[in-house]
Design a binder for this molecule. Structure first.
Ligand code: ASP
Ligand code: MG
Length: 402
């Protein structure tokens, strides 16, 4: 007998028919002789709808109250799924995050899991109950509800699989696995049989929607092998693990991230400490900076360009305006940009990956504004309007089409 953790995203439980469909998948797994712990997200667009409801009343509500509100979404889906499983004639119990032992820190809206007290989970499993757990939520040391950040149910599932030493962790979604590009936009995108944690982490961070990046980080840390598969079409999905068989594919995926603001400061003094002062100011307010470009100093001045999330753009500009090193310099913030990236461990040993990507963009007459690389990825910042065309062209250049 194995212990299997199965996670279902919001689209997989969007309505009554989908909830019954999930109940069938779960009970089939249970009937085969396994213990099953199920983690679910809020139904469909529930979380977005709750955020809208809050905005109608207060544009800047306390984060604690936001978490109190958003945690309600998953409470609905766990109880409904438990009722569906009960209807099929199987023993089941639903648990909120705190009931399942999820202890987190107190960063409302982006809480980190500190530990899972597994007594209750283990007790229910040993009674042979199917356990349905609310994803995305926990409790802090003040007994207040917290949420883990958008898409956090993936992390809940991986955390349970790690804490219970589960034999399998399956992440069910509305696509059949991890693809070389978003299959809803790029018709030639191919499903991957396997991918490494590191590649998956880059893809998730650079805009692939299929898995939350923190969940991949945690899966790597605790060696939880993940299977990403469809709740609607029972075909093998994608396995995410430490090492995979070398495939001929140089690139595992092409992603687009439109959540980018590009900030430039022109004519800074070419002196030591300028970059430090700029980025220390942003770090104090927890603003995450991504790509940084500094021009070569000329006539005693230099320019600094960097990217932050769209949400942080205006705040970053107003913080910089407070700095004396910026006094009187021109600051601009562009939001009509996007980041397009290629990811693949194969590029480490294959020169020419960058030039192949740039050639594909050149052939489309797409101008590159910034470039950044790591051992297994290359990202470019380009005009937002050209991003979909860029993804298609770059994908076409790297992924053989049949
Ligand atoms: N319901 C939450 C969200 O929409 C958590 C999740 O879906 O994983 O962000
Ligand atoms: Mg959701």
């Amino acid at each position: 007998m194995a212990l299997i953790v199965q996670k279902f995203g919001g689209s997989s439980v969007a309505d009554a028919a989908r909830v019954m469909n999930v109940a069938r998948i779960v009970t089939d797994t249970y009937k085969a002789g396994n213990d099953v712990v199920v983690v679910v997200s809020a139904q469909g667009d529930t979380t977005d709808d709750l955020i809208e409801k809050a905005k109608e009343i207060n544009l800047n509500p306390a984060k604690r109250e936001m978490d109190q509100l958003l945690a309600a979404g998953e409470q609905i889906s766990i109880s409904l799924l438990a009722m569906a499983i009960e209807k099929l004639g199987f023993p089941v119990i639903s648990l909120l995050g705190w009931q399942a032992g999820f202890n987190t820190n107190s960063v409302y809206g982006a809480a980190r899991i500190k530990n899972i007290k597994t007594n209750r989970l283990n007790a229910e499993i040993s009674k042979h109950n199917i356990v349905v757990v609310a994803g995305f939520q926990g409790i802090n040391r003040y007994d207040d509800l917290t949420t883990l950040g958008r898409g956090g149910s993936d992390t809940s599932a991986v955390a349970i699989a790690a804490a219970l030493h589960a034999d399998k962790c399956q992440i069910f979604t509305d696509v059949e696995g991890v693809y070389t590009a978003d299959p809803r936009k790029i018709p030639g995108a191919k499903k991957l049989n396997e991918i490494t944690y590191d590649e998956m982490l880059e893809l998730a961070t650079l805009g692939a929607q299929v898995l939350n990046n923190r969940s991949v980080e945690m899966a790597k840390k605790y060696s939880v092998e993940l299977e990403v598969l469809s709740s609607l079409n029972p075909v093998p999905g994608t396995i995410v693990k430490e090492k995979v068989k070398m495939e001929k594919m140089l690139i595992r995926g092409v992603t687009k991230d439109a959540d980018v603001a590009l900030i430039s400061v022109v004519g800074l003094d070419d002196n030591p400490g300028v970059a430090f002062k700029v980025f220390a100011k942003l770090a104090q307010k927890n603003i995450n900076v991504d790509i940084i470009l500094q021009s070569v100093g000329r006539n005693g001045t230099k320019d600094l360009t960097f990217t932050v999330s769209k949400e942080n753009g205006p705040l970053a500009v107003s913080l910089l305006e407070e700095l004396s090193v910026i006094d009187g310099k021109k600051i601009s913030c562009k939001t009509n940009v996007a980041k397009v990236s290629v990811v693949g461990a194969g590029m480490e040993s294959h020169p020419g990956t960058a030039s192949k990507m740039f050639e594909a963009l050149y052939a489309q007459n797409i101008n590159i504004q910034m470039i950044s690389t790591s051992e297994i990825k290359i990202s470019v910042i380009i005009d937002a309007e050209e991003a979909d065309r860029a993804v298609a062209a770059v994908h076409n250049a790297f992924i053989p089409q049949d």
